[in-house]
Design a protein around this ligand. Structure first.
Ligand code: NAI
Ligand code: 15L
Length: 276
């Protein structure tokens, strides 16, 4: 991808004040992108040149419609990002997501949706999944991501809204345990992924594509076919240099170690009498 490529319409970035939003705001503004940042929390950094920040709650539908006016892509990162009680998740992740898709529909904008590995968290690590696999959420958070993925399908089928669905593994500065040797996504690979998901001119006949968003990790044996060639993305980093340091960093919890979603699967787990 040429560094000079920029989207022809502004990009609305939700969840801009969060961990990944801050990385993307800085990196994409540095590429010369016109960014409209939003979050319900204040933006903790100086707003980069070429960007503006508006504080807003995703649950405020009219506000989200106003914020999206004239944008070409909504990179949707905002919402609850870890396992939480049902009542905490539904406002941002279900109602808020609906507002994002309504805004995309009105603007003719593409949605780049930050889904999560927790949409398939109860698939076993021994399984190999393709992009069209059956979803298996590992909690209310993962369920909200599965809902988001299906929302994208509905809006594609009914209204022609394009979506790039990113099933993000673990995007942190470094991998920190053995599971992340498989699931880790570097910040740089994330930035390149968001850039391609936004700039790709054609998402193919489906108008919707799903990407397993991890770096090039040799331990990632669970996720296989996806739409990376459709958008022209290939990860360049790898968790492999961390293998000697982290491969023994596992837990003694049989549920955590059995399923792809790791620790989220064990939260409030009560099947067969519990975890032990
Ligand atoms: P984060 O929790 O740091 O950021 C989420 C942001 O959403 C926060 O700044 C929060 O204030 C905002 N937000 C929450 N509810 C809101 C509402 N009602 N209205 C407006 N803003 C609201 O999360 P992070 O790590 O930056 O992740 C970004 C996205 O990527 C999330 O959707 C998360 O589920 C997804 N993801 C992240 C992964 C990771 O490893 N960081 C892995 C898989 C998915
Ligand atoms: C996620 O979906 C979360 O947003 C992030 O905080 C991590 O827990 C990540 O998944 C993971 O599975 O490592």
């Amino acid at each position: 991808m040429g560094a000079e490529e920029i989207p022809n319409r502004p990009v609305l970035l939700t969840g801009a004040s969060g961990a990944l939003g801050r990385i993307l705001a800085r990196a994409l503004a540095a590429r010369g992108w016109s960014l409209w940042l939003t979050d319900r929390a204040p933006f903790p950094d100086p707003v980069p040149a070429g960007a503006r920040f508006t504080r807003a709650d995703l649950e405020d539908g009219p506000m989200i419609l106003r914020l999206a006016e004239g944008c070409g892509t909504i990179v949707h990162l905002g919402g609850v990002s870890v396992e939480q009680p049902f009542e905490t998740v539904i406002g941002p992740n279900l109602r808020g997501l609906y507002h994002v898709y309504e805004a995309a529909r009105r603007e003719g904008a593409r949605v780049v949706f930050a889904s999560s590995n927790h949409a398939v968290g109860f698939r076993e690590r021994a399984e190999v999944l393709d992009d069209d696999c059956a979803l298996a959420p590992d909690g209310f958070y993962g369920l909200s991501k599965a809902y988001g993925e299906l929302m994208g399908r509905l809006y594609r089928d009914k209204h022609g809204v394009e979506s790039v669905v990113l099933r993000i593994g673990s995007c942190f500065p470094e991998p920190t345990d053995a599971r992340m040797l498989a699931t880790w996504l570097s910040a740089e690979d994330l930035v390149r992924l968001i850039a391609r998901a936004t700039l790709a001119s054609d998402l193919g006949p489906e108008g919707r594509t799903v990407i397993w968003a991890t770096s090039n990790n040799s331990r990632m044996t669970w996720w296989r076919r996806d739409g990376r060639d459709v958008i022209g993305w290939a990860p360049q980093d790898s968790a492999d240099p961390f293998i000697p340091h982290l491969e023994d960093r596992t837990t003694d919890d049989r549920i955590v170690e059995r399923y792809q979603g790791g620790a989220f699967t064990a939260i409030d787990y009560s099947r067969d009498g519990g975890r032990s």
